[in-house]
Structure formats: C-alpha cells, structure tokens
Design a protein around this ligand. Sequence first.
Ligand code: NAD
Ligand code: GLY
Length: 343
Amino acid sequence: MTIALPDGRRSEIAIGGRIRDIGKYAGEKRVFILTNPEVFELYGDAFPAGAAVVLLPPGEKNKTLDTVSAAVSRLIEEGADRESLIAGVGGGIVCDMTGFIASIYMRGVRFGFVPTTLMAQVDASVGGKNGVNHEGYKNMIGVFNQPDFVLCDTETLRTLPERELKSGLAEVVKSALIADAALFEYLENRLGDILERSKEVLDFIVERSLRIKAKIVEADEREAGERRKLNLGHTLGHAIEKLSDNAFLHGEAVGAGLALAARLSNRLGLLADGELSRILRLLTAAGLPVAVPIEIALLLEAAEKDKKKQGDSLHFVLNKGIGDSIVKKMSCGELRALFGDAG
Ligand code: NAD
Ligand code: GLY
C-alpha cells in the first residue's frame, strides 16, 4: 500500500514487513534505530547488523521535548548525519517521537517506522503526525512529515500485553465507525480471533484500517477538513488521558470517547438505538471502558484547552449510523448543554 500525496511525496506501507527489512530502505546509508528498552529486549536481535541503537524512555509522560533533546544528543554522539536513516521500532510513543526527532535533526533526515503495537500499526505510524506532549497537553508540539516507509509486522503483536492489544483495538473500531460498516461487522464476528492473535485476522484489520486512513490522509494531509473524522472519540479521549493523569491508556481513553460520541450522536438522532447498543456492546467486549469516573463538564473544560479548539468552538466528530460520520463545529456551551443527559 502507498500513501501518495498530491505533491508527489510517497510513503510505502508494507503489511507483513519484518524488522530486518529496514536494511532494504537504507541503501548505503547508516541506520540509527530509536526504540525503547522493552522493545529492544524483545526484538533487538532482529535489528539490522551495524545499526546504532538509541533507547527512548517508555511512557506517555516521557513523550516530551526533554526526551527529544536527550535523543538528539545521543544521535550526535553516535555520529548520525544528514545522510543517515532513522528508524523508529516500537509503539505509538516511539513512532511519534522518532518522526519528530528525524524531522528536526539537522533540519530533517529520512525516516521510517516498524510499529510493534496494534495502536501504532493501525494508526500512529501512518499519516505523518509526529510530535510530543507539553505540560500534560497531548501532541502540542509537532510536525506533519510522512515517513518513507512503514513495516507492519503483525507477528510482533504476539508479545503484546492483552491490555495494549485491546487499547489498539479502539482505533480499529474508530476506523470502522467513521468509514467501514463491513469492518465493524467483521470486528463483531471475529473479536475472539483477534484476541487470540490470529495472524490472518490481524493482517486483515491492519490493512483495512490503514486503507481508510490512507485515503483520508491523501485527501487532507493537514487536517483542514476530512481528516478531522479521524479524531472521532479523541476530543474527549485526550481530556480523559489528561484528567486521569494517564491512568487510562490512549486507546482506553479513545474507547470511552467513542462511547460518549455515540451517545451524543444517538441523542441528536444521527445514530439509531440499535446502532448505539452495537457500538457499546463491541467496545465492552473488546475490554474498553464505555464510561469514566470523570464529570463530563470537567472533560469539556479540558477539551476546550485542547489544540483542536478554534475560537469558541470545537470540531466534534459524530457518528452518522455505523460506517459514516460527520464533523460538527459546536461551541463548548452547546456541547455542555447537549451532554447534559447524554453523558
Ligand atoms: P506505547 O508506545 O506506549 O506502547 C505500549 C507498550 O507496549 C509500551 O510499554 C511498549 O514498550 C510495549 N510494546 C511495544 N511493542 C511491543 C511488543 N511487540 N510486545 C510487547 N510489548 C510491546 O503505546 P501505543 O498504544 O502503541 O501508542 C500510544 C501513543 O501513540 C500515544 O502517545 C498516542 O498519542 C500516539 N498516537 C499517535 C497517532 C498519530 O497519528 N501520530 C495515532 C494514534 C496514537
Ligand atoms: N490519529 C489521528 C490522525 O492521524 O489524524
């Protein structure tokens, strides 16, 4: 699969690629791998021979400029230059930071990803959003820059803790909800196989989710319109992550955000009762929260400060049945009133 942007930039996505395939993209270039200690322990043996390795500390709290700065120091020590290739091997946090570091290191070097979580395979590694958090606000500092390549090796998902697998599923459910009713039905029918990590089923859901994302990114790389749909569940999801001090994983917060958006869509007459029930049932079966112990007013207050706010309004994504969505610009007051009894 390829993401082909109107100005000719391309990003190659290989579903079924392997970590050692990084070498194929390097040519004569020296490879610098950014990863974290856990992923290095599991997959370091498969890194291409001769690649220099820079370890990033794990966790959302470390997705910061301080970590970026420390990684840049290590790249300088290791002798990375403008002709080097930087590869991020790991989950969404490694991918987000690697893309950002590669974009600013010596004003930009070539980079690619080997995503090793479901979250990173179906979402974080693709689409060119790279960035870090700032003072607890998600992804406040960052760039749009497409990786040269993404190697999705679903075999690596075998070692992923179940909670992380379920967290990644939230983004697959999101993709199905915004654009693919058949994928939603597939998830309903094959959830057991996903949780058992059937390679065939994992390859299918990764491919299907990425097709949706690729099409949207090709049409609207910089999120001026259509791409906002990819934020279904995220406006409140990010607020949940912030207010819970990251007690909820990203995907868990998104799951709860999807449930809140679905309830509101139902209240607005955009989603039938039966469809709302199916969404809540699938999220619950996938082990994702459909409610959080945080008042909706507090979530909206945090969302107001989020970067997606424009003036007094938020672009809130709503379900239009299952497999379609709309973006509605709503004031925070309007959202507060509407959520009055839909929260
Ligand atoms: P993560 O990167 O923290 O990875 C989860 C955990 O799994 C980590 O402890 C990691 O060490 C471990 N791990 C990774 N691969 C493993 C494997 N194969 N086996 C065993 N353990 C493994 O979390 P995540 O859910 O992958 O990513 C979340 C981040 O991604 C958030 O910061 C989120 O904002 C970001 N994100 C970005 C985008 C984007 O478009 N840029 C999209 C979605 C999510
Ligand atoms: N994760 C949302 C986006 O890539 O736009």
